[in-house]
Design a protein around this ligand. Sequence first.
Ligand code: CO
Length: 215
Amino acid sequence: MQSYKELLAANQVWVAEKLKVDPGYFKNIAKEQRPECLWIGCSDSRVPAETITGARPGELFVHRNIANLVVHTDFNLLSVLQFAVEYLEVREIIVCGHYGCTGVQAALTNRRFGLLNQWLRSIKDVYRLHREELQAIPDPIAQARRMVELNVLEQVHNLARTSIVQRAWHLHRRPQLHAWVYGLDTGLLRDILTLDPDAKLDDVFTFNFRDDSNL
Ligand code: CO
């Protein structure tokens, strides 16, 4: 593991390397950001968004939390989402989970983790919604992997259920939503669902924009 001093030293090397190739690199980057993609991923140190996708500074707008959750009362996530959709005008939102997610695994137990139990609570809802399918999987590793996939799918649907995404779908036909799962032991990303702006949602969660002047 790198100490904080090594991290600072590595930063100096990185800056020198960038400036050697392009003396104006940081001056250009500082002008503005126009990322086309919002990334919502797990805080896990082994799933760094830019590293695993080869993205450069300025290409991904990133929000990470434990177990890549989209919670409809989380003002941190909702502020990131609104800024990305309405001001940065991103065309894609990726929710990326990962196999071996300790947040998901913790939510499958009955252990007490203090405050964390409140955060992990919405993962228990995912388990409750898919209990039949999950309990039919005898292998606990396979069950945990499926739970990771179901969690990502649920979080993408949670995104689609926000008024922020539905308003942008109605007005601008964007963004497209994606559910991805990353394999810690393979380094590979799996694309498991895409939701287009014309996706049909459950009526319960569909906002009416037709006769609404208050857009
Ligand atoms: Co995780």
